[in-house]
Design a protein around this ligand. Structure first.
Ligand code: F6P
Length: 306
């Protein structure tokens, strides 16, 4: 997200704009936490994870009073366009401001879950998957030395992309996703089949939104297969650290494109990637695009892990 902020600030200033940062998202919008940012303000942040502007979930922005205060502050600071960096919830808030209050908005997609259907990637996803891959590589050493089955829990409440892609690239035997209610007998059968075929250990990547908890998964496999099963929960490790090349590039390009469109008077767009190109999509339409489950990828994991 910092790469996006940096690009918006520097390109905006270059275009003759005054750029304010709003701290803690919609919470700061309601409280009037606006800070003018110059070029130096965004120096040395490109390599940092998280966001220098901080972030917060805002229940107040769900209320009419909260929105009214936010709109008042935008008027007080004479803000002509609001750039929102976030996921579907943040974008829905932006759309509300646009449709109900005539505020010009732009969206930059940032969520490690990769759950915005209109764009091929979202900021943070690539870094998160690389972090999980690094963890799986390390976990494999113990897992194979001790001939264990290791369940690795990754983020993804409703969208299993982190689990699917890291499982695929990390050589996991099984991935458990929110999108598929995999039967545990099938999981146990696969674990035993892989042992019988000569595999010394197995790695199972479970997205946090899978219908059974990690604990339940571990207990069931242990009980039904007699295997030594360990659990590793990666949690917030996935949401931190220096962003990958791909994330920095995409975030930067989103910031550059945002200012380019604003300069042409084009507003209410969501930046995104399609066939390798970064472009602005209609915000309302973008929010309506459903994510497509990568069934073929999921099916091929089965073959590759045999
Ligand atoms: O960024 C999305 C996400 O990573 C989800 O996958 C996860 O469920 C959630 O955030 C957890 O974040 P928090 O604990 O901060 O609500």
């Amino acid at each position: 997200m910092n790469a996006a902020i940096r690009a918006v600030v520097r390109c905006g200033i270059e275009a003759g704009m005054t750029v304010y940062g709003i701290e803690r998202g919609y919470e700061g919008l309601i409280d009037g936490d606006f800070v003018e940012m110059d070029r130096r303000y965004v120096g040395d942040i490109l390599q940092r994870g998280g966001t220098i502007l901080k972030t917060a979930r805002s229940s107040r922005f769900m209320t009419e009073e909260g929105i009214a205060r936010a709109v008042r502050n935008l008027e007080t600071f004479r803000i002509e366009a609001l750039v929102v960096i976030g996921g579907d919830g943040s974008f829905a808030g932006a759309l509300k401001l646009a449709e109900q209050h005539g505020i010009a908005v732009m969206g930059i997609p940032a969520t490690i879950d990769n759950d915005l259907g209109y764009t091929d990637i979202t900021i943070g996803f690539d870094t998160a998957v690389n972090t999980v891959l690094d963890a799986i590589t390390r976990i494999r050493d113990t897992s194979s030395s001790h001939e264990r089955t290791t369940v690795v829990e990754v983020m993804g409440r409703d969208c299993g992309d982190i689990a699917l892609y890291s499982g695929m690239a990390g050589g996991a035997e099984i991935v458990l996703l929110p999108e598929i209610q995999t039967d545990m007998s099938e999981v146990c059968r696969k674990v035993l089949e892989s042992v019988n075929s000569g595999k010394k250990h197995s790695v199972i990547v479970r997205a946090e939104g899978f219908y059974l908890s990690s604990r339940e998964v571990v207990d069931i496999i242990r009980e039904r297969t007699g295997r030594d099963v360990k659990l590793v929960v990666l949690s917030y490790i996935q949401r931190g650290g220096a962003p990958s090349f791909r994330d920095r590039m995409f975030a930067t390009e989103c910031g550059v494109k945002t200012i380019e469109l604003l300069q042409s008077g084009i507003v209410n767009k969501a930046m995104g990637m399609s066939s390798g190109a970064v472009m602005g999509f209609d915000l309302k339409e973008a929010l309506q695009v459903e994510t497509v489950f990568q069934q073929e990828l999921y099916d091929s994991l089965d073959v590759l892990s045999k």
